[in-house]
Design a protein around this ligand. Sequence first.
Ligand code: CP
Length: 309
Amino acid sequence: MQLKGRHLIDPDGITLEELNKILSLGLQMNSNPKKYSEICKGKILGTLFYEPSTRTRLSFESSMLRMGGNVLGFSDANTSSVKKGESVADTIRVLDDYADILVMRHPSEGTPALASNYSTVPIINGGDGWHQHPTQTLTDLITIKKFKGEIENLKIAICGDLLFGRTVHSLLKTLSRFPNMEFILISPPELKIPKVLKDEVINKYNVKITETTSLEECMAEIDILYMTRIQKERFLKEEDYIRLKDSYILNTSTLDNAKEDLLILHPLPRVNEIHTDVDNDPRAKYFEQAKLGVYVRMALIVLLLGVIE
Ligand code: CP
């Protein structure tokens, strides 16, 4: 099935074959960006961001601009007619005439899915509440593919806020579909992965999942360490955030027993959970990860637009 004209709301909406196609094209674009510099001439990307973002919005904009297309949109819903009470449905009915493809971030879970019911052009979920963030997962996967070769036979530790972290939810669901993956989920007891999600991936894909509170214990055995931020904006009580915010801080000594070819990832933004000294470690690839996000989003845009089939 073609990706042309489809929405991307949940990572489950694309097959493994389609995922691999996006990643391969993204890596080709990364190797030879000039080849694609005019491929989207005359096309417009609309960005509808109801919640703050640096990487997702600007990497999408950079992707479209690097392919010769144009961008429009809002980065603060308060500067749009949302402030006057306009519904998401009406906003989409208008914007789908102004742009050829739309990216939406929204604080409410399910809003991009709702928007897709009203759109005649592809809608991409740029993150909805604590739910899903499928293009961050594409960013994570292209980074793993670039530095590990194949996405298979990997032991991955995911650390931090696994309850509210939408990047974790999308990543766990998606990596579980690749061959022979094993997960160590590290979090404070209050911020464990939602049980329904854990049960879903175990039942569907038969993956091995270990849950723990210790970051240090697994360090020698893992191939990838995926650190995440404690999601301040999702807490109901500030005192709970303050109590949990520094639960894990990766520093150079935590890495003493780690593998030579460990891949250290983080979706960013980072707050305090990776000490800046770690940035000089060649295994730290989170800024490279953010850069690759541009190329994988370029691939996604052209495939959804049908510019490349
Ligand atoms: N990783 C990510 O979604 O970053 P932004 O919130 O800056 O878009």
